[in-house]
Design a protein around this ligand. Structure first.
Ligand code: NDP
Ligand code: OXD
Length: 304
């Protein structure tokens, strides 16, 4: 029984050490596989095209928290998202940075700085700007807590609308217009699924308050860029900060790079720490062996 490691050599050196110290088998790269029947787990961002080569495969572990890049799993193979310690806190920090940057007019100041222009924008208290978070899972809840602590009123939208302390929750597609019409700054922390692909489009933006702000840390394909551009031009969206785009990497000459109303970062909300990722994978290996619940197992029906 061994885990097949398919990622960078730098991360591989750390994973090999963690697995050896734990007395677990790890195979570094497909070229090193001598017995495909011995492979029981695979760590990768995208798996090999033919998973059927590994007859005893039980789990595919994503190198990241998102799993939308993964193909459907064969019968009997569990898809597992990275639950490495620290990922959620890193994304929370990026979201707080982005929300504060928009709340305190950074796009306008960056544009002014490029022109050497000294001009103040109106300073609003946090309490006057309601933040709405789409996706109130592991990361959304952390972000909600941090933004509430900064004084922002926070509302949340999720599939179930399950209660979250201190947050007014909205659940399901029917409640989306009511949620969007009540917020001044939208944070997207949704997984990419067939239901969330293309979610933020023209109709979606039409439900939002004029001059709203947008923070996108979920997945690029949730946001229709033509609709965003139109919403920016209409003033419906005043400014946006995006960590994820479609495509990634964003081409050099893409309009998002040069639009002064938009700040783009290159998918850096989180970077899975190699040691923490390896420790999570060890927990997965042991849970599989013991028949215990698998930490980070993705629900195949929901897709997250
Ligand atoms: P979770 O699985 O813990 O939570 C997902 C949340 O989204 C849940 O609240 C869920 O609702 C909600 N949701 C899912 N589908 C829908 C839908 N169709 N309509 C409404 N709500 C929906 O995920 P995490 O918080 O851990 O991560 C969220 C996403 O963040 C990841 O999937 C990934 O895309 C992105 N991410 C981005 C990173 C970056 O670097 N920018 C890094 C890590 C993650 P319910 O509570 O009802 O189940
Ligand atoms: C992601 C990650 O899923 O970076 O975006 O973990």
């Amino acid at each position: 029984m061994a885990l097949l490691f398919l990622s960078t050599p730098e991360r591989g050196a750390i994973w090999r050490r963690v697995f050896h110290e734990a007395g677990e088998e790890i195979v570094m790269g497909e070229a090193a596989v001598t017995d495909p029947a011995a492979i029981t787990e695979i760590l990768c961002w995208v798996p090999p095209a033919d998973l059927g080569l590994y007859p005893n495969l039980r789990a595919v572990i994503s190198a990241g928290a998102g799993v939308d890049q993964m193909p459907p799993m064969p019968q009997g193979v569990t898809l597992v998202r990275a639950e490495a310690e620290g990922i959620e806190e890193m994304v929370r920090d990026w979201v707080v940075m982005a929300a504060l940057s928009l709340h305190r007019d950074m796009p306008a100041y960056l544009a002014q700085a490029a022109r050497g222009e000294w001009r103040t924008q109106e300073v609003r208290p946090a309490s006057s700007r309601t933040i709405g978070i789409m996706g109130m899972g592991r990361i959304g809840r952390l972000a909600a807590g941090a933004l509430s602590d900064l004084g922002f009123p926070v509302m949340g939208w999720s599939r179930s609308g399950a209660p979250v302390e201190g947050v007014r929750m909205f659940g399901g597609r029917d409640a989306l217009p009511a949620f969007l019409s009540r917020i001044d700054l939208l944070v997207c922390l949704l997984p990419l699924t067939p239901e969330t692909r293309g979610l933020m489009g023209r109709l979606f933006f039409s439900h939002m308050r004029h001059g709203a702000l947008l923070v996108q840390a979920g997945r690029g394909a949730q946001l229709q860029l033509d609709a965003l551009r139109e919403a920016l031009d209409l003033g419906r969206i005043e400014a946006a900060m995006l960590d994820v785009t479609d495509p990634e990497p964003l081409p050099r000459d893409h309009w998002l790079w040069s639009d002064p109303r938009v700040i783009v970062t290159p998918h850096v909300g989180a970077n899975t720490d190699a040691e923490a990722g390896a420790r999570h994978a060890l927990e997965v290996v042991r849970a599989l062996r013991e028949g215990a619940p698998i930490p980070g197992a993705v629900d195949p029906e929901r897709g997250y």
